[in-house]
Design a protein around this ligand. Structure first.
Ligand SMILES: [Zn+2]
Length: 377
């Protein structure tokens, strides 16, 4: 269920986006057969190996040697299912994740590094993947120290990969996101201390203090290679606050530089992931390639028809890995009558997986292939 199974040329930048309806993952070729994996999702129940890992195998890539980085943009279930398997298999890769941790994530770290014998099986799946990933690295540290790479916690303005003139830069979390995470941890710690002293501090629940909304902790990425620029938006949102989310990205000190021709749309196309100035300031203004994944849960599955129409105001080159059933059905009833013909092929009903494979060669040619439920709008 993949697009082309021949590997990209050594000087071709590839971005492959995988979606299952409730999960997304990426594989990025950064040159000379080296890859970066961003997030993880399982293709289907019948073939549970992480989607991006199966894809690399189908290309003949050796994950133990050729994957240099695994980035967990944030520890939400729809972005990290199977991520600990990536860490297990890709033994030459560094694991990178956000410096801004929610309290249940911090608790996971406290449990792991204080006893070394905790079980993560009862945790929410995102935190469970985090615990298992860090546990794998901890064991590797003592069993095979020569191959051990410590986990990297990243933040805005950090270069997380460099080879020749190819670089990957983290655009978030912002310093204020990290500060907020520290403040939340401190108040939770204070509550625990108060309870230990027999005081009446607010009582934290076993598996975590209340988790504040946390998408501003997500790691958005900027990939640059020569003149080529790609913006990977993770689930980063716009918060109407200059210190958080997309507004903070635009005040990064060193980056971004230039304009992205390829834009992985943030947060499955939802309005709170959209920030007008990103389109104006760091994305090319003539039909950038917009890549979308679905989130086929909740009252308003994403992308909705309105989301797609909003993105169409910026570009006509929109690709999706799959569409939520609700959105696809609305195409059937309404859109065909009003804007007939915008959907070339109608697939993507329900949770069918899809793959968008985009290759950008050294002289600037971009080619796109789709497989499964993926399609161009
Ligand atoms: Zn998501």
């Amino acid at each position: 269920m993949f697009a082309s199974s021949s590997p990209p040329a050594a000087d071709t930048l590839e971005i492959s986006l995988f979606g299952t309806g409730v999960g997304e993952a990426l594989a990025v070729h950064v040159g000379n057969g080296e890859w970066i994996l961003v997030d993880s999702c399982r293709q289907t129940k019948a073939s549970p190996e992480p989607f991006n890992l199966s894809y690399l195998r189908s290309l003949g890539v050796d994950p133990t040697k050729d994957v240099k980085l695994i980035v967990a943009t944030h520890w939400h279930d729809d972005h990290v299912a199977g991520l600990s398997e990536l860490v297990e298999q890709c033994q030459s890769a560094s694991l990178v994740f956000s410096h801004a941790l929610a309290n249940d994530e911090f608790q996971c770290i406290v449990g792991l590094y204080s006893t070394h014998q905790v079980s993560f099986d009862n945790e929410k799946s995102g935190v469970r993947e985090m615990g298992r990933s860090l546990d794998t690295l901890l064991k590797r540290k003592y069993a095979t120290p020569a191959s051990y790479r410590p986990p990297v916690r990243t933040q805005a303005d950090s270069r997380i990969f460099r080879r020749d003139d190819c670089e990957v830069i983290a655009l978030s979390p912002s310093p204020e996101s990290i500060q907020m995470a520290m403040e939340e941890m401190a108040s939770a710690w204070h509550a625990l201390e108060a309870e230990a002293r027999g005081g009446r501090g607010p009582r934290p629940a076993r598996s975590g203090f209340p988790c504040p909304q946390r998408n501003h902790n997500a790691v958005a990425l900027w990939v640059k290679w020569g003149e080529r620029r790609i913006l990977l938006g993770a689930d980063l949102e716009e918060h109407g606050n200059r210190l958080l989310g997309w507004q903070a990205v635009l005040s990064c000190n060193q980056f971004p530089d230039g304009h992205a021709r390829v834009f992985k749309i943030p947060h499955h196309g939802s309005p709170n992931g959209d920030y007008e100035h990103i389109w104006q300031d760091i994305v090319v203004n003539d039909d950038a390639y917009a890549l979308l994944t679905a989130y086929n849960r909740g009252r308003t599955p994403r992308p909705s028809l309105d989301d797609i129409e909003r993105i169409r105001q910026h570009t006509n080159e929109i690709y999706y890995t799959s569409l939520p059933r609700k959105t696809a059905n609305r195409y059937d009833r309404t859109v065909e009558r009003t804007i007939k013909g915008i959907v070339r092929r109608r697939r993507g009903l329900g949770p069918t997986p899809g793959h968008i494979q985009m290759r950008w060669d050294a002289v600037g040619n971009i080619s796109v292939e789709v497989a499964g439920a993926a399609s161009k709008i």
